[in-house]
Design a protein around this ligand. Structure first.
Ligand SMILES: *[C@@H]1O[C@H](CO)[C@@H](O)[C@H](O)[C@H]1NC(C)=O
Ligand SMILES: *[C@@H]1O[C@H](CO)[C@@H](O)[C@H](O)[C@H]1NC(C)=O
Ligand SMILES: *[C@@H]1O[C@H](CO)[C@@H](O)[C@H](O)[C@H]1NC(C)=O
Ligand SMILES: *[C@@H]1O[C@H](CO)[C@@H](O)[C@H](O)[C@H]1NC(C)=O
Length: 771
């Protein structure tokens, strides 16, 4: 349903000049009133989602709303079912937890989404969305709304706040959420005043003596808890106007000049209740953008959407899913390697799972997420039928793969030894709606998620559990162990494919002479995440317009890296159009064995890919990590976004349509694993291949990531398999050709927290911005 060309951005054209990176030049596009109206609606309708809707205008839309079939361009079975369930009082109501991997929930969310998707115009969409905001579960509403914004034609360029700003409860510890919800300016200022008096008293003799004492007795803290060493408690602090927000450099400070800003230093899970080595990694597994990535990765082609019905049939949805899964497992594995945690343990149904996990989250309805002790036996209390059903299906997929072909219901035989059958394999494993026929079960993976979350297969009322929503599952080591089993099936599928030969890989006349890579350096910096939506005070309206005058931020230490560059020297005997790919992978395994390219292939991640017009002779190309195709930088915080939309709405400034980050990009900050002081050894692999795309890509405003717009058929840079040439086994005799290049690199880490551990911090008691 998406139109192929971007509707808001005029593309001036792709200039085909030799020696150029081929990306279209675009004109700045300013939003008009109609666009701003829509954008304003989206930012307001999800505001303070767990509170009642207080925007009069939308409340009125909700009250006057009736289901009329003529309001929709299509009316299908799931929509009928949804309305039927609503009339029978069986819709998941507000205050109930929603899981995108709960079968009954998804059936309803699908019906709701279809109402959003088929709504005949944006005005109808706004009416049905307002109704849903008032009547259905907060989680279900947000899920269906996000899906609709991604898929509707007339929503191109529009954005919702990032999922961790709409539902911070699913990303930040319950302590922060609790503190935000009871934030009250008067109480807060008293607390700050008392604290100051108390400290003045403590320090009256010697602050030095006090801080030394304090350093000796600060125990059980983790390196990211910088505030402890700064002598700060975990409560709200006002951000002084002169001080910049951290990690949100994109915001024009003027926009926030009338806003009171507060931040609170925020913890990751520390597993205080039982010892578990995995919590070393919580700075990574609980990184909000790492988790949000997985959420958005499952939005574009949500498993229950059928590609022909929703117009993305040519977009290799199965392969995209499989590629994402492999990439995420590899990325997690890198982090384990640098922390010396060994291989990812594989889930086995025969034994207990060693690593317990306590998420320390409360869902938006106030109920605590379930936890798992160490050495948990998943078969202990629950439903064997459910367990056997998905294990049976898993074995069935494995057997089909060994047998080498699949017979569909109508007798067609699909050969599983062909590279293009990857799509079929991935669809089978994901259990998505594009499975060729119903005698293969679509919902088997969903069933397994529900089982591990302790939910009955047909239950509507489900307790919060991290394993039934994409935005929470990456926090738990179990998720990686479980997905490793899926990955192993795909890996086996690949192992049956023929390796590429020299003839396949060679690009005659082209050779990569050198690639210089600048220093790779990681560190922890501060980032502020906007959790203002948790505020609970009275909402003030001035002349019908919402007064947003407070901003609450969760301030966290997070992994980051310095931007780096890759300088290519490529010689060519004639001008030609090529695709250049760069992969990064570890050099050793967990036993410090150097791996061959053939063994290591699966641990490489494609970090960059771009089209280039080579000139005859020597070509020098500089790529900056901040331009990589699948990564994105900082997102605008919710408060700033709202304010800039409102300023434009009032005609006080322009709002640039494409200035926001694509929803499905990978956070640039997490590109490199946390390095070692002496350098964590890795390898870069570069490959130049002829450009084979059937059409020009990068057509949309979202050209910086996998994101030519769903349904545009132009999501990828070219038509080669994702991960090419690492999508097949490697024959070391055949693989090395002049148009590829390998470079050993080391990733360094700068410990910016060291100073707090060894010396007294000079500004003890106040926040150190000079990190
Ligand atoms: C938006 O358009 C401007 C102006 O053409 C361009 O420089 C910028 O890269 C675009 N931003 C995105 C995110 O595509
Ligand atoms: C997908 O949807 C279309 C149109 O609704 C339908 O004809 C087709 O049978 C569906 N395909 C599958 C695999 O369910
Ligand atoms: C049988 O099913 C396959 C997969 O859905 C389809 O491509 C094919 O056209 C069908 N064949 C017949 C004879 O219906
Ligand atoms: C790479 O990009 C970053 C961010 O845009 C910039 O700060 C840096 O100077 C660039 N590096 C080089 C070598 O161009």
């Amino acid at each position: 349903m998406r139109c192929a060309l971007a509707c808001f951005v005029s593309i001036v054209g792709c200039v085909l000049v030799a020696g150029q990176i081929l990306e279209p030049t675009q004109q700045m596009k300013y939003a008009d009133k109609v666009f701003l109206e829509k954008q304003k609606f989206l930012l307001e309708i999800v505001h303070r989602i767990e509170n009642p809707l207080l925007f009069e205008e939308y409340l009125k839309l909700a009250k006057d709303f009736h289901f009329e079939k003529t309001d929709y361009t299509q009316y299908d079975y799931y929509m009928e079912k949804f309305v039927g369930a609503y009339k029978a009082g069986y819709i998941l109501p507000r205050g109930e937890f929603f899981g995108a991997l709960v079968k009954t929930h998804i059936m309803q969310a699908w019906g709701l989404f279809n109402h959003f998707y088929y709504a005949k115009d944006f005005e109808t969409f706004m009416r049905v969305a307002s109704w849903a905001r008032v009547h259905v579960s907060e989680g279900m509403f947000v899920y269906a709304l996000n899906l609709a914004i991604i898929h509707r034609d007339d929503s191109e360029g529009l954005i919702l706040p990032t999922i961790y700003e709409i539902l911070p409860q699913h990303f930040f510890t319950s302590k922060l959420v609790y503190e935000a919800q009871k934030f009250d300016y008067d109480v807060w200022s008293k607390q700050i005043m008392y604290e100051k008096e108390y400290k003045d008293y403590l320090y009256q003799d010697s602050m030095e003596a006090y801080t030394t004492h304090m350093h000796i007795y600060t125990k059980n803290w983790k390196t990211w808890q910088c505030w402890k060493m700064m002598g700060l408690a975990e409560h709200w602090y006002a951000v002084d106007g002169a001080q910049v927000l951290t990690g949100v450099s994109s915001v024009n400070a003027d926009i926030l000049k009338d806003t009171h800003i507060y931040f609170m230093p925020t913890d990751y899970t520390r597993n205080v209740e039982w010892y578990n080595e995995q919590s070393k990694l919580s700075y990574f597994t609980e990184d909000v953008e790492w988790n949000a990535y997985w959420y958005y990765a499952h939005m574009d082609y949500a498993y229950f959407l059928n590609s022909s019905q929703y117009d993305f049939a040519s977009e290799r949805r199965g392969e995209y899913w499989a590629h994402n899964m492999q990439t995420m497992l590899a990325r997690y594995y890198w982090e384990r390697l640098t922390q010396e945690l060994g291989e990812i343990p594989e889930y086995s149904s025969l034994s207990t799972y060693e690593e317990g996990y306590q998420p320390q989250l409360n869902s938006y309805n106030g109920i605590k997420f379930g936890f798992r002790e160490n050495d948990f036996d998943h078969k202990r209390y629950t439903n064997f039928d459910q367990f056997n059903r998905f294990m049976f299906y898993y074995r069935r997929v494995t057997l089909l793969l060994e047998q080498g072909h699949i017979t569909t219901g109508n007798g067609t035989v699909i050969d599983l030894r062909k590279p293009e059958s990857m799509e079929v394999m991935a669809n089978l494993l994901e259990g998505n709606a594009d499975l060729f026929d119903s005698h293969y079960e679509i919902y088997w993976r969903v069933l397994s998620h529900m089982y591990f979350a302790g939910a009955e297969p047909n239950a509507l009322h489900v307790l919060p559990h991290i394993f039934i929503n994409y935005e929470t599952m990456f926090r738990d080591p179990f998720t990686y162990s479980y997905y490793k089993r899926f990955y192993q099936v795909l890996s086996k599928f690949t192992s049956f494919l023929p390796a590429y030969t020299k003839t396949d890989l060679l690009l005659p006349g082209v050779s990569v002479t050198d690639v210089q890579v600048s220093e790779l350096l990681t560190y922890f910096d501060y980032s502020d995440f906007d959790v203002s939506t948790l505020l609970n005070d009275k909402m003030v309206f001035d002349d019908g317009q919402y007064v947003w005058n407070k901003m609450l931020l969760a301030r966290q230490q997070r992994l980051n890296h310095k931007p780096f560059t890759m300088d290519y020297i490529i010689t060519a005997d004639k001008p030609q159009k090529v695709v250049i790919r760069a992969f990064l992978g570890p050099k050793f395994d967990s036993n410090r064995r150097v791996l061959s390219l053939a063994q290591n292939r699966e641990n490489f991640i494609e970090i960059d890919e771009f089209i280039y017009q080579l000139a005859a002779g020597e070509n020098k190309i500089e790529r900056n990590s901040s331009d990589f195709y699948w990564t994105i930088g900082e997102r605008s915080p919710y408060t700033a976004l709202y304010k800039s939309v409102m300023l434009a709405y009032e005609g006080k400034q322009q709002f640039i349509v494409n200035a926001t980050q694509p929803h499905n990009g990978f956070p640039d900050r997490l590109l490199l694993p946390r390095g070692w002081a002496k350098g964590f050894p890795m390898q870069l692999f570069f490959f130049v291949a002829p450009y084979n795309g059937a059409h020009e890509h990068y057509p949309s405003y979202e050209h910086t990531s996998f994101g030519g717009g769903i349904g545009s058929g132009k999501r990828y840079v070219d038509d080669m398999p994702l991960n090419y040439p690492f999508d097949r086994p490697i024959d070391e005799v055949e693989v090395f050709v002049p148009n590829m290049f390998i470079r050993n690199v080391k990733v360094y880490h700068e410990d910016r927290l060291e100073k707090y551990q060894e010396h007294n911090y000079a500004n003890f008691g106040s926040f150190d911005y000079l990190n």
